[in-house]
Ligand binder design. Sequence first.
Ligand code: SAH
Length: 220
Amino acid sequence: MNPTKFYSDAIEYWNGIEPSVNGMLGGLGTGRIPQVDAIASRTFLRRLDYRLKKIESLIAADCGAGIGRVTESVLLKVASHVDIVEPVEKFVSQARTNLQDKPCSFICTGLQNWAPEKNRYGLIWNQWCLSHLTDDDLVAYLLSCSESLCEHGVICIKENVSSFTESFDEQDSSVTRTDDSFRKIFQRANLVIIAESLQHGFPDELYPVKMFALVPKPSK
Ligand code: SAH
């Protein structure tokens, strides 16, 4: 797999998608899925209160944010400011419109090229976008996320997981990883899992969706 083509094919695909919740969710945005998703994410975050509540004026990053759906329904409930990171310009511009009165900043870049500011974030949320990064770029990205966390900060990942083998989707140029491949990547990035949960209430025909909360491995 040629990484340049892997990345450019994904951007080409997303450029053809409408900047709406339905577009973000592959046509599943009109029913109850957005709400079921947001409730489970907020419940998951409550399990991290014992860390997040210690952070004064928590800054969150919404990574691969699309039009800012997760920022609106989840992150602004816990954060005093959210940085939206998203490579597709038309999604960033829709996010600016959707979040115009909200305490948000907008960064138009792919995560493989993003250099997050050190010691800034209490919460880095990654949802349905890490399938667009190669393994090596994902490890490097997670290492840079670690450095950009403030004290008590957490990295959260909410992604589809494939039950048996990794599967490449040519249509949107993405790779659905297995639970085991995620764990190997977390180890390579020196991260430990402090909470994990399976999303319930999605239709059975979809991939299972998992949430992980990660923090840097304590240095000995
Ligand atoms: N997280 C949002 C959007 C999911 S759709 C939500 O849950 O609503 C997937 C998003 O990943 C799209 O906005 C797409 O443009 C973005 N994306 C594609 N390639 C990416 C990359 N290399 N880095 C970051 N985001 C990427």
